[in-house]
Write a protein that binds this ligand. Structure first.
Ligand code: URA
Length: 232
């Protein structure tokens, strides 16, 4: 059972106070009857709720793509810095968390959801989910260095990094595809080939690609097709 105001704000209808206003105005019906009480309890998936005569489909889990900007941390709360959750507070879903982490100075694709099961699957080291990064390097990357990244390099762990794909774009930029996600993985890999990351952006994860039309700092809900691809 869920409070009606929470359900409505969770369905992206507006903030809790906006939703209370809608209720007061008699714009919400539950099973055909106008309900004005925000604390009214509904059963998700059973009670039929409508707003301005349009039925609201309840979604237990939601999935967003965020084009993470630099300067915010991949956390739900932080004492020092803004967080990725702050950027999604207008969704009405207060329980979204990032699937994995991007460093504060990394940009690009970050999935935000309240689906713990999916997050667990995507992050499981056993699943080897592919992640693609656009990397600009501080110095030209030698062909030897590029090949070493593909083969596996010593990043200070027990084992070298797993085989990767490093596609050259220019002397100082590559697309790097990796299937693991250790702390500072890409930065440590570049460090291992005597270079440094100057700019880092994630462009894909699993079957999901960063929407090129999504400005840095913006987000949008994933389409059903994208959610399906991500689950594969
Ligand atoms: N690897 C890094 O070093 N940083 C990131 O943010 C992501 C991958």
């Amino acid at each position: 059972m869920l409070r009606l105001d929470k359900f409505l704000s969770g369905a992206n209808l507006g903030s809790r106070s906006q939703v209370k206003e809608y209720l007061k105005q008699g714009l919400v019906r539950v099973n055909g009857e106008v309900v004005r009480k925000p604390e009214y309890k509904i059963e998700e998936g059973k009670d039929r709720v409508s707003f301005r005569e349009k039925e609201i489909i309840y979604k237990k889990y939601v999935y967003y793509m965020l084009n993470k900007p630099q300067g915010v941390v991949s956390a739900t709360r932080d004492r020092m810095h803004g967080t990725v959750s702050d950027l999604l507070k207008d969704t009405g879903y207060g329980d979204l968390f990032p699937v994995g982490r991007l460093d504060r100075d990394t940009e690009g694709l970050l999935i935000m959801t309240n689906d713990g099961g999916l997050a667990h699957d995507l992050l499981s080291p056993k699943k080897h989910v592919k992640k693609v990064y656009y990397v600009e390097t501080a110095r030209p990357l030698s062909e030897e260095g590029r090949k070493a990244l593909e083969k596996g390099v010593d990043i200070g762990e027990e084992k070298p990094s797993l085989p990767a794909k490093a596609e050259r774009i220019s002397d100082t930029s590559i697309y790097l595809t990796i299937t693991e996600g250790k702390y500072h993985q890409v930065k440590r890999m570049l460090h291992a080939v005597e270079n440094e990351v100057a700019y880092l952006k994630r462009t894909a994860m699993g079957g999901l690609f960063l929407d090129e039309n999504l400005p840095c700092g913006s987000y949008r809900e994933l389409t059903e097709e994208e959610v399906r691809k991500m689950r594969e």
